[in-house]
Write a protein that binds this ligand. Structure first.
Ligand code: SF4
Length: 137
């Protein structure tokens, strides 16, 4: 039997822990996170990517924080693709603006975007994510 515990299947990198939401299931959203807010420097990302094992392909770009709020998210996506790795973003649809969509599309040649959609009503989303913006904004 293979020992899969030695090799994580997915690596997770957190570009930022800034986030406009107040999600009821999240320590960040609930204000319980005490570490300072920040944006990952591109040099740090570069160092991390250089340490990826050859068999590792997927890079999740979300942990705490709304990753696409990183001002250099486009470059980050490009850097990941340039290493022949596949970035995966997960975000709240209400975060997207035309400018942000353009940034994601221009940076990501290969990758995936997952949308977190917790309710089909503005009221339901607001209850879970803590902000009023949802489908219509
Ligand atoms: S969007 Fe994500 S990081 Fe932000 S508060 Fe909600 S669960 Fe936490």
């Amino acid at each position: 039997m293979k020992d899969i515990a030695k090799k994580p299947y997915i690596y997770e990198i957190e570009p930022t822990n800034h986030c406009p939401y107040k999600c009821i299931m999240c320590p960040l959203g609930l204000g319980k996170m005490t570490r300072p807010k920040g944006f990952m420097k591109l040099e740090v990302l570069s160092t991390l990517l250089s340490q990826f094992p050859g068999e590792q392909k997927l890079v999740r770009l979300h942990h705490f924080g709304e990753a696409v709020m990183h001002p250099e998210i486009s470059t980050m996506l490009e850097m990941i693709n340039d290493q022949d790795l596949i970035p995966i973003l997960s975000l709240n649809p209400a975060t997207l603006t035309p400018v942000l969509v353009e940034k994601i599309i221009s940076g990501m040649k290969k990758g995936a975007v997952c949308f977190s959609l917790d309710s089909f009503s503005d009221q339901g989303l607001s209850k879970i994510r803590g902000i009023k913006r949802s489908f219509k904004d």
